[in-house]
Design a protein around this ligand. Structure first.
Ligand code: GAR
Length: 202
């Protein structure tokens, strides 16, 4: 699922082509924005793309609309939020518990939660003056960015960084590696959750 440029989606597409995703296959790309470039990336890769608009819908209504498509057509084993910037209802998050993963551009629990997405995350990190930041892939639960952490990777914050520069470094050094890695681990059946903690089998 995507909302924007889709560079994380591209990393998944490239990994599927080059090394495989642990036997997983990207069967659909769903966007809540019609103009998302990510939909073009999907089309270029021959992956069915869907626009599920959410204008005027609250999170419950949007989640129900989305679930209709998932149930009737897509039938996914795993839902990957690759820069998807809407929040799901509690009901939806519970229904797909352990089957939705998200990438967030900071080291959770720093700079996350409601309203923290995209460049805002990097602006907050720079405003705090942290010297390292990074990215986190986690399972989605009802609380925003609160689900069990799968993988994290850090990147240096350099003096004078702009939010855009920090965002790019974190994408290149962390996000585009972590997300394919986490999807691969899931598809290989190597992830389990016990008491809110993710275990990774060798
Ligand atoms: C990525 O940096 C991703 O981590 C972030 O949005 C960007 C999407 O870029 N996601 C969040 O902030 C979620 N809270 P992309 O469309 O090029 O993959």
């Amino acid at each position: 699922m995507v909302s924007g440029g889709g560079t994380n989606l591209q990393a998944l597409i490239d990994c599927q082509k080059e090394k495989g995703l642990g036997g997983g296959e990207i069967v659909a790309v769903i966007s809540n924005r019609k103009a998302a470039y990510a939909l073009e990336r999907a089309a270029n890769a021959g992956i069915p793309g869907y626009y599920v608009g959410g204008k005027g819908l609250d999170n419950d209504e949007y989640s129900r609309k989305l679930d209709e498509l998932l149930e009737s057509e897509v039938k996914p084993d795993l839902i990957v939020l690759a820069g998807f910037l809407r929040i799901f209802s509690e009901e939806f998050s519970n229904k797909y518990a352990g089957k939705i993963i998200n990438i967030h551009p900071s080291l959770i629990p720093s700079f996350c939660g409601d309203g923290m997405y995209g460049l805002r995350v990097h602006e907050a990190a720079l405003a705090k003056g942290v010297k390292v930041s990074g990215a986190t892939v986690h399972f989605v639960s009802a609380g925003t960015d609160e689900g069990p952490i799968i993988l994290q990777k850090s990147a240096e914050v350099k003096a004078g960084d702009t939010p855009e520069e920090l965002q790019k470094r974190i994408m290149v050094e962390c996000e585009w590696k972590l997300l394919p890695q986490a999807v691969t681990l899931f598809c290989e059946g190597r992830l389990s959750i016990e008491n809110g903690i993710v275990n990774i089998k060798d």
